[in-house]
Structures are given as C-alpha cells and as structure tokens.
Design a protein around this ligand. Structure first.
Ligand SMILES: [Zn+2]
Ligand SMILES: [Zn+2]
Length: 137
C-alpha cells in the first residue's frame, strides 16, 4: 500500500495481532477500519472518540491541508477533526476503509481518550504504539 502523503511504499507493522501500515518516510500511520476495531477491542477502550460512523457523518473540517487519497480505494478522503484541546485533524476514507494519521497525531489523540487517562489500558496502548512507531525510526 502506498503512503497517501509521500506515495512511498508503507510497511506493515504487527503487534498483538494488530497490523498497521506505517510510512517510514513521513511517520504517518494508516488504520484499516477492521484493525481500528481490533485495536479498541484489544485495549478495551471506548470506541466513541474514533468511531468511523460518527466521523463520516460529521461535516468536513475546514483545512488548508491538501485532500489526500485513500490508499485502498484512491478516492479523496474527508478531513475531520477528532478530540479537542488540541483538535486532531485526520483523514478518513468516505467509504469507511480506514483513517490516516500524520506523524504525531496518534500520540496527541491517545492522551485525550478518557478511558485511558488512568490505569492499565493507557499503559498498554502507549506501549503498543510506542513499539510500533519507534521500532522503525
Ligand atoms: Zn509517507
Ligand atoms: Zn477508501
């Protein structure tokens, strides 16, 4: 699969049976819709903050960022903001294939998920993503 930003080939990183596509050049991450569900299930997190349905039904975010193409269906993706303080601008496939995060955006969002503010889940998700993202720096 090609990176929607720099068009280089992404690499598949796997941890606890969850596979993500990671671009070693721009450090962006693609979450396949199915992998996203699996991630939240594995981490026992509330899905509300990153529900693909609610992202797709919300209005487009205004952004000077160029629209990107979905790495799966090649259609232009929708800009959407998730979380708050700061809002994180992500790209979502309008067919529901998955979500794209630029470098650092996953980290910004994780700290805002209420159910992982405390306790084990936060530790586990940060370890998970940390391993995935650092292993390939
Ligand atoms: Zn890239
Ligand atoms: Zn798509």
């Amino acid at each position: 699969m090609k990176c929607p930003v720099c068009k280089n080939m992404m690499i598949v990183v796997e941890h606890e049976h969850i596979e993500l596509d990671y671009c070693p050049d721009c450090a962006g991450v693609w979450f396949d819709a199915g992998e996203l569900d699996l991630l939240f299930e594995t981490m026992q997190l509330e899905k509300s903050i990153l529900s693909l349905d609610s992202i797709l039904t919300s209005p487009d975010a205004k952004s000077p960022e160029k629209k990107r193409k979905c790495p799966i269906c090649s259609k232009k993706m929708k800009k959407s903001t998730v979380g708050h303080d700061p809002e994180v601008l992500i790209d979502a496939c309008s067919r529901g294939d998955g979500l794209w995060f630029d470098a650092g955006e996953v980290g910004q969002l994780i700290t805002q998920i209420p159910s992982i503010q405390e306790g084990d889940s936060q530790g586990r998700i940060i370890t998970f993503l940390g391993e995935v993202l650092q292993a390939h720096e």
